[in-house]
Design a binder for this molecule. Sequence first.
Ligand code: ADP
Ligand code: MG
Length: 594
Amino acid sequence: MSDIIHLLPDSVANQIAAGEVIQRPASCLKELVENSLDAGATHIRVIVRDAGRTLLQVVDDGKGMSPTDARMAFERHATSKISQASDLFQLRTMGFRGEALASICAVAHVEVQTRRQEDELGTRIEIAGSEVITQEAVQCPVGTNMRVKNLFYNVPARRKFLKTDQTELRNLITEYQRVVLVNPQVQFTFVHNDEIISELPSATLKQRIEAVFGHSSKPYTGQLVDIATETELVHISGFIGKPETAGKNSQQYMFVNGRYMRHPYFHKALMTAYSGMLLPDHSPSYFIYFDIHPDAIDVNIHPTKTEIKFADEQAIFQILLAATKEALGKFNVAPSLDFTTESHLDIPQRTLDTPVVAPRMQLDPHYNPFKAQNVRTASPNGWEQLYERPTNIETIVAEPLFEPSLVVSNTPLMQWDNRYILAPTSMGLLLIHQHRAHTCVLYNVLLEQLKNKQAATQPLLFPEVLELSADDLNTLEQLLPELQNVGFELEQFSPIAYAINAVPALLGQKNASDAIMQVIHSVQDNEGSVTQQWQEMIALGLAEQMAIPQGKSLTELEMRDLVERLQQSSSVRHLPNGQTISIILTHEDVQKRF
Ligand code: ADP
Ligand code: MG
C-alpha cells in the first residue's frame, strides 16, 4: 500500500492559516496598518472600496523594504521583528508572527510597491493565491503601498460570511479608531469609495480624541478628566468621563503598549471606582493607556483576539482603581452626584462618603516586577498594603476541604477498573470516581472563567455550523453572552444556524456542536433559572463533556494531579447536580465486613 500522508502545499497551508488571521476586511486592515506603524510611518492612508471587498489599500511613508525583503515578507513565518523565542518577552512591535502577509496573499490579489530611503528604485510585486506573478523595479516614493484586491476571491465560504457593506465598513472604522486612538502622533486618512471619511493630523492624545469623537458644537474632551499614575509595575494614563456625562453609548477604550485590548477585569476596576455615581444602565467613557514591561503581559494572543493576559492582574486592578478614584476626586467630580440607586455591579459597593484614597507610590526601589518569579509570586496582599482601604475584589479562594493529611502525598495511588482512584488515608480508604472528579475540577475552572469573563479561546480552522430548532435557537440566543465569556465565539450564519468560530481552549479536540447542545439541553431542563445558575449549568455541561471518561486508564502522575486538583476544589464529595464524587470506606466499614 502506498503512503497516504503528505505535506500540504504552501498555498493550501497559508489559506488555512488565513482563515484564522484574516476573517474579514477589518482584520486585513488591522494587519496592514500595524505593519505600517511597525515600519515607523508618520502618515498612513487607508483607501477602501466596497467596504474592503474589492480594494483595501494602505499607503505609508515608513522605512520600506529591500527587493529581497519585499519578496520574503509574503512567506509564512517571515518576520523582521523577532528572531528568537526570548524576543517575545521584549516585544514592542505590533506584529511578530510573520503570518499576516502570507495569509492575506493566500486569499486575495496583492500588489505591493515599496522603497527604502537608501534605494534609488523601489520594488513592485504582484501576488495572487500565494503565487508571485510579477516582480520588477519601479520608481516610487519611500515607504510601502500595499493593495489588497478581491479579498476571499478563492474562498467562497469566507465571502459568504461577510455582512452587508454597511456592517463591514463599520467594522473597518472600529478597527481604524482603535489604531488612531493609540497613535495620535501619526497622521491618518481614511477614504471610502473616493470619499474622505476621516482626516486626522498629527496631534496630542487629547486633540486626537476630540478629532475622533468631537462635534463642532461642544468640545467632547470637556467631558473628560485626566487620569495618571506611575508605579514600578505599570504606568497608566489617559482620560475618564465625568460621571454626569455617562450614558448608554459611552466610548470605552483600553490599550496596552500601543495595542487595543478588552479587559473585563480592569473594566470592573473602573466601574468600581464610579460606583454610586451613575444612573442605572449608564456607563462612563474612558480612554485608558497602560504602559508595562512586555515581559509582564502575554503577547502570544491570537491575532484576531483583543483579550490580553497580564502577569499581575490583581495588583494592576488595585492601581487602576486607586488612580480612577484619585482622578474623580481631584477634579471634585466624585461628590457632584448622589444617586441612591443600587448599582447592578456584583462587587461590594462603596458609597460616596468613603473618602477617595490616592495611591501611595513609595515602592521598594529594589523591587523588580519584571523578574519572572516576582511576577508570578507577587502577593496581592503585599499590594493591598499600599492602599489604606483595600477594596475587596473577587478572588477565587481555594479552600481545601480534604484534611491535608487525608491523601498522603507519597502514598501510591491505584486505579481500579479504569474507573476509580483508590487512596489509603488516615481516615480510611478513599474511592474517587475519576470522571466526576475531573468534571468537578473543570467545573471550577470554567465557572471562574465565566465569572471573570477571561476564558482562553481556541479558534477553529474551519467554522462548524450548528443548525438548531426554533426552541434551541431561542435558548442559545439567551446564552450567547455567557458562552462568549467561557470562550465560545458564535456568529449567526443563517436564520436557523450559528457558526462556531472558536471554542474554549479547554475543550480541546472535543466536538464543539455536541458541547453546545449539551449546554442548551441542560439549561432547558432547568427552565426559569437565574443567570447565576445558568453560569453554573454552562460550566457543568461543558465540564461533563470535557472530563476524562470512565474506562480510561490513568498513569500514577495523572491520578496524583487529579487528586491534588480535586483537593483544591470547592466540593470534593458532590457535583453541583448532587452526584457523588468520592466516598470513604472507614476502618469500621471494612472491619464490619470481616
Ligand atoms: P509581522 O508583522 O508579524 O512581522 P507580516 O506578515 O505582517 O508579519 O509582515 C512580514 C514582514 O514584512 C514584516 O516583519 C516586515 O519586515 C515587512 N513589512 C510588512 N509590511 C511592511 C511595511 N508596511 N513597511 C515595511 N515593512 C513591512
Ligand atoms: Mg504584521
